[in-house]
Design a protein around this ligand. Structure first.
Ligand SMILES: Nc1ncnc2c1ncn2[C@@H]1O[C@H](COP(=O)(O)OP(=O)(O)O)[C@@H](O)[C@H]1O
Ligand SMILES: [Mg+2]
Length: 390
């Protein structure tokens, strides 16, 4: 057995490819509405050859790129069943920031070996035109991160592409633009280009809710993880953290990192502490100088919270209070009464070290749920114990 075989635990992640950002799942939960809008806009392209231009916008991680790709794949298939030829190409304008390099990518779609030097934009457009006419192709041109191109190169290319068929193709194919950006790129276009976009052809992508992020996470678990390695509570924790930004990328990133941490530890499944650690590695905003400001009494309370949270994603004040009594004994601190204890919790929350949420609990009324997202409970506990030991 080799070195890596001996340190490798039981695998938890089954398929890393399904966690990569370029992977596009067959279904996109919570994006049915956008998918339907796209189809109703583009249907006429396949049915009667009328070209369409559309704009997709929304914050990072709201599924714009994934949806543009999934839609195009599905649409191509559907169009084929109607005997219409659809081709599509996704161009990332953050990587291709000049008109020439965008058009080269669009040309390479039809001719992989087309030389990347020596041809002007009009010459390349002519090449594309020949292919479109020859096979009566409806070409979906997806300009992802289109704002970058618009800022650097202006809207000339967009203008040319939206007028392409009118002047050049004459019903023997079409060019259809799908502009994808975080903002409404209409504002970055000149009047002439803007006029070719119908104001109604705008599809917006809202930030995902916690529930949506849970469903997206669950789908990835099924696609990428071994069975029963990630439970309900762990997925809830990921969704809760990612819901701060409503970003699916963050949820998937947390999922992958948590899975790797669990594998490195050689344990059988992912737990909530892996999620916190993964989050702390990638996104921690907990500044340890915040801990310097805590007196001994508050440090003991925080340490108790960390210990109570080692195995759980969320705890109640009552649960923490039980642990608190033990921790006080360990550190020779006098346990404070409930009122004072409660004030300490409020203070830690106000400092942004922990999160608290009032929730209904049975007939008894309200309780407070405490969570920790900025740091690993275990790491923070160790740090606090070190401080108390001084
Ligand atoms: N509704 C969804 N269902 C499943 N995965 C999604 C969904 N929305 C986004 N994702 C995934 O989240 C990540 C970020 O999505 P992406 O389309 O790149 O966002 P954007 O382009 O809006 O920044 C990708 O890995 C993508 O596959
Ligand atoms: Mg994107």
């Amino acid at each position: 057995m080799g070195y890596f075989d001996s340190i490798q635990g039981r695998p938890i992640i089954r398929d890393h490819k399904a966690l990569s950002f370029t992977y596009v799942p067959k279904e996109l939960p919570h994006r049915d509405e956008q998918m339907k809008r796209m189809f109703s806009i583009f249907k006429s392209v396949a049915e009667s050859g009328v070209s369409q231009n559309v704009m997709l916008h929304g914050r990072v991680g709201t599924g714009k790129t994934a949806l543009a790709k999934r839609f195009s794949m599905e649409f191509k298939e559907w169009a084929a069943s109607k005997n219409a030829a659809v081709e599509f190409e996704v161009v990332n304008c953050r990587r291709r920031t000049s008109n020439a390099s965008v058009v080269l990518a669009l040309t390479n779609h039809f001719d992989k070996h087309f030389p990347d030097r020596g041809f002007s934009v009009p010459e390349m457009l002519d090449v594309i035109k020949k292919y479109l006419i020859r096979d009566h192709i409806h070409y979906l041109v997806i300009l992802d991160e289109a704002d970058v191109l618009l800022r650097k190169a202006g809207s000339d290319l967009i203008y040319i592409l939206t007028r392409f068929e009118e002047e050049e193709l004459r019903d023997q194919g079409s060019v259809n633009l799908i502009l994808v950006a975080q903002e409404n790129v209409m504002d970055l276009m000149d009047e002439a280009s803007r006029s070719t976009f119908k104001p109604s052809n705008v599809v917006t992508f809202e930030r995902y809710t916690e529930k949506a992020l849970y469903d997206i996470t669950e789908q990835r678990v099924d696609l990428a993880f071994h069975p029963r390695t990630v439970d309900h509570e762990v997925m809830e924790q990921m969704a809760a953290i990612a819901s701060e930004t409503g970003d699916a990328r963050r949820a998937i990133d947390l999922l992958e990192k948590s899975g790797q941490l669990a594998e490195e530890e050689g344990v059988e499944y992912v737990n909530v502490e892996h999620v916190r650690k993964a989050n702390a590695i990638a996104y921690s905003t907990l500044d340890t100088s915040k801990l310097d400001e805590l007196d001994r009494a508050k440090t003991v309370v925080l340490l108790s919270i960390c210990r109570a949270l080692r195995k759980a994603s969320v705890v109640t004040t009552g649960e923490v209070q039980k642990v608190y009594k033990v921790v006080c004994e360990e550190h020779d601190e006098k346990p404070r009464g409930t009122t004072q204890f409660w004030k300490y919790i409020q203070d830690l929350s106000a400092r942004g070290i922990i999160n608290t949420k009032r929730v209904k609990q049975g007939a008894e009324g309200l309780t407070t749920h405490i969570t920790l997202t900025e740091a690993s409970a275990e790491d923070l506990e160790a740090e606090l114990a070190r401080r108390l030991g001084r």
